[in-house]
Every structure is written in C-alpha cells, then in structure tokens.
Design a protein around this ligand. Structure first.
Ligand code: BGC
Length: 473
C-alpha cells in the first residue's frame, strides 16, 4: 500500500512498510487532525492579531500583552557589571555579567536545580532557596559589583528574570498572575515577586537590591538587541513558550505613560495563553486529554500545543490510543508508559533524529527506558510518525505567533531580526527549518528578510541589561 500520508505531513516522510490497513488508516486519521494548512495558519494568525490588539487596549484579556516598563534600547556601548537571576524552568541561574562595550560581554554563572518540592511548597521556601544560592554565588564568585567602573556600591544591583505571567506595574514591581510550567507554590499568586525576593534577601542578609524584573522573553530581546540593534522580537521555545517585542508606546492604550522622551516599550505578550477559549486552535482529543489532566486546565492552551513541557505527553496520549485499539505494540503498554509525562520531549527529539535503518535509537527508548516488552520495526515507524506529527505541528504553530507580530508591526516587507532561545529551538531536530518553511509559505520571498537566530542564555544577560537601563534613569 502506498504511504497515504506523504501529502498530509508537510515534511520528509518515511514509509511504514508492511503496516496493516487498520494501522495506516488510524495514523492517517490522526495525521489529518495534526495537519496545519497555510489557510488554517492564516486564520490563527488573524485571530492572534486581534487578540494582540485587545490585550493592548484593556487589562485582563486572554492574551495579556504586559507592558514591561523597559523603554530603553541597548546601544551595545553600555559598560558595567551587574548581577542577574534567572528562574523559570528546571534551573535557577545566577550570573555576574560584565558589559565591556561594542557588544562584548563576560559572564560568570552558577546553576542550581529547582526541586519539585520547591516548585510546589510555600513560596518563602522557594525565595529563601534563591537567596541562599545568591549568597553562595557572591562568596564564591564575585568581586565588587559596580554601576560605573571604580564606584563601589554597597548593595549589588540585580536584574531578576522571572519567567511566568506577571502583571507588571513598574520596572521593579509586578504581581504573579498564575504559575505555569509545573510550578504551583500556592501562596504566591497575586503577590509582588520583587517584594518576595527582596524580603528573602533581607532574611538571609544578602546585600542585593532587586532593581529590575523582566520576563525571559524581554531579557532575550534585550540581550539580542545589544548585539543586533535591528532586533524586534525575543522568543522562548523551551519548557514554556512566549514572545516579547518593541511596541510604539501610544499603541499600548491601556497605560498612561508620562515620559514623552520614550517612544518604544517592550511588551511581554504571554502568548502561551492565546486562544484559551479554544476558538481557532485545532485541538485534538490528545490535546484535550492533556489539558484536562494538567495542573492548570483551560490555561496556556497554545503553550500546551507547542512547548517542551508538553510535546512528549501529547505523543504519549497518541501512543496509548493506538495501543488501546490493538494497533501498536500488540496492544501492550508498560507501567512506565502508563505514567503521566513519562514520554519525555527529549525522546521525541531522539526519535525524530533517528535515521538508522531499523530505528535502533527508538527501540532503545521504547524497550530500555519505557520497558515495552518488545517492538517491531512497524511499531517503531508508527512511533516516529507520531513524533513527527506532534513536532511539526508545534513548529508550524510557533511560526504563527511570530508571523502575527511581524504583521502587527508592519515588518513583513522590510524584515527584522528575531532572537530565540530555548531547548526546543536549539536542539529539537528541524524545529527552526520548519518555522522558516512555514514563514515562506505565508510570506513568500519576504520570509528571507526575517533574520532568525539563536540567542543562547539571553535572558540572564537581558536581566542585567534591564538592571543597567533602570540604573541609568
Ligand atoms: C510563561 C512565560 C515565559 C515562557 C517561557 C511560560 O510558561 O508564562 O512567562 O516567558 O513560559 O519561559
């Protein structure tokens, strides 16, 4: 039987030799649900642009379009040394960042794992842990931190990258709207994040003053602009996903910003929340199952279709569905595969990259890590196909939000630079190529004017830049 799917998945497709009609037709059906035509992408983009406009005019909208109060754009000539803290996923990162002018930067950094207990316990425990880590870093790594060379500050200035939705009211003030990415500390929502951190620093006698609070996308945008002043957008495709861009201040209708000397402000879109009403996103039963069973049902619907935290779980849902219909692994699952989130997004990466003839890397994951008793080549090809559907859809949806900002800012014709960070973008096979291909489908030759580059670890540097821009005022 010919591979039915080649016209459906917009990617290189390996045939599934010897699969039964029932298997092929089941996969074909699923692939159709995961397919995103350029027409569907355009519909999503249109809705995204409308939601951006709504978020800019009123508080409390689905896509919150949060003003960052970062108005300066780095010139690349700034000099000085600042501390930065980066909390937002698996690790807490503490950095001392020295800006040396002409885009040159020196970084010293330490990383600590944030345990599941800290993510779920009382917030003072999490913030005390952060203060302890900063204390350790200061005693092991830093010299005096200065605002201008030669001028010693008794209190070290710190930029805090906090990668969760925060209602920001000033550069150093903002209340947590809602945890994402598996954090659940129950008493932190609706509280000022800088205050909580500053109090912990006081409790632990750490001589640090938190002068700037930024989202990781804002940090990424700032750090990329330090190197490339033509940068319009900063994006994270990692455990979570989100974007930030430079907006004309008069277009942010919901704020009254009195400083006329400033023309642009960075807006943190918080696009993970896009279409939580499920109006345009093509959700499948596998997405709905994931959402229903998550610790934040009905929230972050866009993020749940795109980001690293969830792609493995969507795929696991597909595999279980096929197992239950006796179309995969002879109808057998394993204790491990039955466990929520056991199919890690890293497995998807490895499986998509598996070019061995008998899919040996895939076999290892399924049989050795997930303890499926035995797999056939057909099973493994089906698993690879499932991974491709999920990975390709994530990349195409990612292109939709990026395209929407370019349209919103009227930059399709003249092009722009985009700085992107995150494990998915950096390591997931074909992720960036798939985004570029979707942009070509949408914008034709103009897609070549969009300069997309990796902005590795940009958020730490960005937080330090925000601390510097705040200090300059
Ligand atoms: C958060 C955003 C963050 C993104 C990427 C999302 O879950 O809501 O604030 O920018 O993850 O880290």
């Amino acid at each position: 039987m010919p591979p039915i799917l080649s016209s459906i998945i917009r990617d290189k497709i390996d045939p599934i030799d010897g699969a039964s009609d029932a298997q092929l037709s089941a996969i074909d059906g699923i692939a159709k649900e995961f397919d995103l035509t350029v027409e569907k992408l355009s519909e999503i983009i249109k809705h995204f642009c409308n939601e951006m406009d709504k978020g800019l005019s009123k508080n409390g909208m689905t896509v919150p379009m949060i003003p960052s109060f970062v108005t300066g754009i780095p010139t690349g000539n700034e000099v000085g040394t600042f501390l930065a803290l980066d909390l937002g996923g698996t690790n807490l990162r503490i950095c001392e960042i020295s800006f040396e002018g002409k885009g040159a930067i020196k970084i010293k950094q330490q990383k600590h794992k944030v345990t599941e207990n800290l993510k779920a316990g009382p917030s003072h425990q999490l913030f005390d842990f952060i203060a302890d880590c900063v204390d350790k870093f200061l005693s092991e790594y830093t010299e005096f931190v200065t605002v201008q060379p030669g001028v010693h500050d008794r209190k070290l200035k710190l930029g805090f990258t906090f990668s969760f939705p925060v209602e920001q009211t000033a550069i150093n003030k903002g209340t947590l709207i809602k945890w994402t990415k598996g954090f659940t500390c129950p008493d932190a929502e609706n509280k000022d994040v800088v205050f909580m951190l500053q109090e912990a620093m006081k409790r632990k006698n750490v001589p640090v003053i938190v002068t700037a609070l930024v989202n990781d996308t804002v940090g990424t945008l700032l750090s990329h602009s330090y190197k490339d002043p033509n940068t319009l957008i900063g994006i994270i495709y990692g455990t979570g996903t989100n974007g930030a861009y430079f907006e004309d201040i008069p277009k942010i209708k919901k704020i009254n910003f009195s400083d006329d000397s400033q023309k642009k402000m960075i807006v943190n879109i918080e696009w993970g929340a896009f279409d939580s009403e499920k109006k345009v996103l093509p959700l499948t039963m596998f997405d709905n199952k994931l959402d229903r069973e998550s610790n934040n049902p009905h929230y972050q619907i866009f993020e749940k279709m795109i980001s690293g935290m969830y792609l493995g779980e969507i795929t696991r849902n597909i595999l279980l569905h096929l197992i239950d219909r006796m179309l995969l692994f002879d109808g057998y699952s394993s204790k491990d595969l039955n466990r929520h989130y056991s199919f890690e997004t890293e497995y998807l990466s490895t499986i998509e990259a598996d070019e061995t003839q008998t899919l040996d890397d895939t076999k290892k994951i399924l049989e050795e890590l997930l303890n499926i008793p035995s797999t056939t080549l057909i099973d493994r090809q089906i698993v690879k196909r499932a991974c491709q559907m999920v990975g390709l859809r994530a990349a195409r949806l990612s292109s939709a939000s990026l395209a929407a900002i370019l349209i919103h800012c009227d930059k399709v014709e003249c092009g722009s630079s985009v700085g992107i960070d995150g494990s998915l973008f950096e390591f997931y096979p074909h992720f960036s190529a798939r985004i570029k291909k979707a942009l070509q489908e949408l914008f034709g030759a103009n897609a070549d004017k969009i300069k997309i580059s990796l902005a590795r670890d940009g958020s730490g540097v960005g937080a330090a830049l925000a601390a510097m821009l705040a200090a300059q005022k």
